[in-house]
Design a protein. Structure first.
Length: 274
């Protein structure tokens, strides 16, 4: 008879797992997290989780929070969705993010803008500088072509289907999966207009830190980039750590860096003044 053949045996088996830790799991409570960024008090931590290769996560964080994503082993490929937590119909707009800032390449000091002209998040630190705002998320068909399958619960899950699990936790569906930002894999536009990817691997431990300018729903999928040419399903874990922080002050240099950016911050401040 197996250890879980009866309800009582199953209960005993489940309770025996208490205290078990694996690399890819959330820290509960987040205040128990170790190796926090310098200056971050444990009591301020609100989210700490390591995503496995092919893993996903979704979480609501408050305005002023900081979210650090760390490429632990140098081969993470994180696709990111962001929503206004109060009204998720407002969400990250990649096209506006690029055109309003006159730049196709995002990094430290850049803004992530919504489809309503507001700043959802600012990139306050970026040790990587290798991101992609052009290509979007992998899907079942693209993974099937490369790896033989791409099903959500198979050996080669894709980012779009992982997103579908993450958004569902907030009552959202596939129609809400908008064009994403891909982190840690550099894609640039070549002289002939072609997209050129550098998949690395890179040095381990590189991180990017976002500052939430509104109350946000953040959804992450850690799946190989859609343009990754390697035959193997190559991706390594990423750590997400968020902590409480102050709302952006009027004198903040990122807020005041450009007239277009300032306007987007003013739209945020008008939203919260109502």
């Amino acid at each position: 008879m197996s250890d879980t053949a009866t309800p009582y045996a199953a209960q005993a088996h489940a309770r025996a797992q208490a205290g078990t830790r694996v690399e890819a799991m959330p820290t509960v409570p987040a205040s128990a997290a170790i190796d926090l960024p310098p200056g971050v008090a444990a009591a301020d931590a609100v989210w700490d989780e390591t995503l496995a290769p092919g893993g996903y996560a979704s979480r609501q964080i408050a305005r002023g929070s900081r979210l650090r994503l760390t490429d632990l082993a140098g081969d993470a490929a994180v696709s990111l969705l962001i929503f206004n937590a109060e009204r998720p119909i407002e969400r990250l707009n990649i096209a506006d993010t690029l055109k309003v800032q006159w730049n196709g390449y995002l990094g430290q000091g850049r803004l992530l803008l919504s489809d309503m002209g507001r700043v959802l998040a600012s990139i306050v630190e970026d040790e990587a500088g290798t991101h992609d705002a052009f290509c979007g998320a992998s899907n079942q068909a693209s993974n099937a072509r490369k790896y033989g399958d791409g099903f959500n619960h198979g050996a080669h899950p894709n980012a779009r289907d992982r997103f579908s699990l993450g958004v569902a936790k907030f009552g959202l569906g596939r129609k809400d999966i908008h064009p994403c930002l891909n982190l840690f894999k550099e894609v640039r536009v070549g002289q002939g207009g072609e997209t050129v990817i550098d998949v690395g691997p890179y040095a381990p431990g590189r991180s990017l830190t976002l500052r939430a300018e509104m109350d946000l729903i953040v959804v992450l999928a850690n799946c190989p980039h859609v343009l990754d040419p390697r035959e193997a399903y190559a991706v390594t874990p990423v750590r997400a750590t968020a902590w409480r922080g102050p709302v952006t002050p009027e004198a903040d240099p990122i807020r005041n860096a450009t007239p277009e950016g300032l306007r987007a911050f003013l739209n945020v401040e008008d939203y919260f003044s109502r």
